[in-house]
Ligand binder design. Structure first.
Ligand code: NAD
Ligand code: G3P
Length: 328
């Protein structure tokens, strides 16, 4: 919708012929954006070749679990050099690869040329043209600037950031903390507990991000604090809502079935469990969530475990040398 507002012709690919017909004939997408009329500049197709033929930029927003297969479907129709932007927030499992690495691998392109679009941006508000700020990140400045100019308008302000790794990691990891914030609310803990999980969650995802090569400052930006606040406090958030239902004692499979949309934080918690071992970094919140989600631990017992940890200084050491090595 933002691109259509900016005068671009937009082609949407969907697996569902029925959904494509609804978008083309009624200009609505009732399952995902009820009550919204879409621009007639938006044309949908279930044929990938038709959708991407002749386009100057391709935006991929498949769930992380489907990223590789979607890019494999795109590959035969992809013209080398066409700008690729992705807005997916998650890791590939079990490889733990970031999405831009998966895309670059499949399309045989440089990772730094893939533009990551991230930040606090629930679709439900963007489509209403409510003020939204986001970040586009790539090592390739020309490509990032091109992506910025495609999207930028008076309702949708776009910043650039060269820390592609950090933006991608922050966007993925914040979903774990949003799940935890929802769970805290579902347990009825109130504002103090939510502020605690957001703040200590930010410390945790920044620590692991830096260990994986991110600039720590990125976590204070839109892709970090910005998206964490949105996801951990919003009624729109699938991650917060799933956490809330889990906190109320509903079983995971029931929660996911009722949601009917992707809850990236579940898979990302699984990824974080492996990441904390691989990168030798403590992730206490992700670790407790992992136990609640995958080993049946009671959520109140998990909170007791978090609260009963050994005393620490707040300014726990972040291994900045890893980031310095990456950015020499
Ligand atoms: N919803 C938002 O506001 C928002 C904002 C920013 C980023 N994101 C990110 O976008 C990604 C997608 O989230 P969403 O909210 O659109 O999820 P969603 O569940 O609402 O929609 C996912 C879409 O992908 C399709 N899909 C699933 N598996 C597929 C496959 N194998 N091949 C092709 N299509 C497939 C589904 O049919 C559905 O249309 C996630 O990584 C999410 O974190 C979402
Ligand atoms: O609805 P969620 O929890 O998947 O969050 C979507 C986006 O990441 C918000 O920026």
């Amino acid at each position: 919708s933002v691109l259509a507002d900016n005068g671009h012709d937009v082609f949407v690919w969907t697996r569902s012929e029925q959904q494509a017909a609804e978008i083309n004939l009624q200009h609505t997408n009732s399952r995902y954006l009820p009550g919204i009329t879409l621009s007639d500049r938006i044309v949908a197709s279930s044929d990938m070749e038709e959708a991407v033929k002749g386009t100057s930029a391709i935006i991929i927003v498949a769930p992380s679990s489907a990223m590789r297969t979607v890019v494999q479907q795109l590959k035969p129709h992809y013209t080398k050099g066409t700008l690729i932007i992705h807005a997916t927030k998650g890791f590939e499992l079990p490889s733990l690869k970031r999405m831009s690495a998966v895309i670059a691998e499949e399309l045989d392109s440089a990772e730094g040329d893939i533009v990551v679009l991230s930040g606090p941006s629930h679709a439900e508000e963007v489509v209403k043209r409510n003020p939204t700020t986001i970040v586009v990140a790539a090592l390739n400045d020309e490509k990032a600037n091109y992506a910025r100019d495609l999207f930028m308008n008076v309702n949708f302000r776009v910043y650039t950031n060269r820390d592609q790794v950090g933006v991608e990691l922050a966007g993925a990891l914040k979903n774990i903390i949003a799940l935890g914030a929802g769970m805290s609310d579902g347990l009825g803990f109130g504002d103090n507990a939510k502020a605690a999980i957001i703040t200590r969650g930010l410390a945790e995802i920044s620590r692991v991000g830096v260990q994986m090569g991110a600039n720590p400052l990125t976590f204070s930006g839109l892709a970090g604090v910005g998206d964490l606040v949105v996801t951990a406090t919003s009624k729109h958030s699938r991650n917060w809502r799933a956490g809330y239902a889990l906190g109320q004692g509903k079983p995971l499979n029931e929660v996911l079935e009722a949601m009917g949309m992707v809850v990236e934080g579940i898979r990302t918690t699984e990824a974080a469990h492996a990441i904390s071992i691989k990168f030798n970094v403590q992730m206490p919140i992700a670790d407790q969530l992992y136990q609640v989600l995958f080993t049946g631990k009671d959520s109140r017992t998990a909170v007791e475990a978090l609260m009963g940890r050994d005393p620490k200084t707040e300014m726990e050491v972040m291994k900045l040398e890893t980031w310095e090595q990456w950015h020499k």
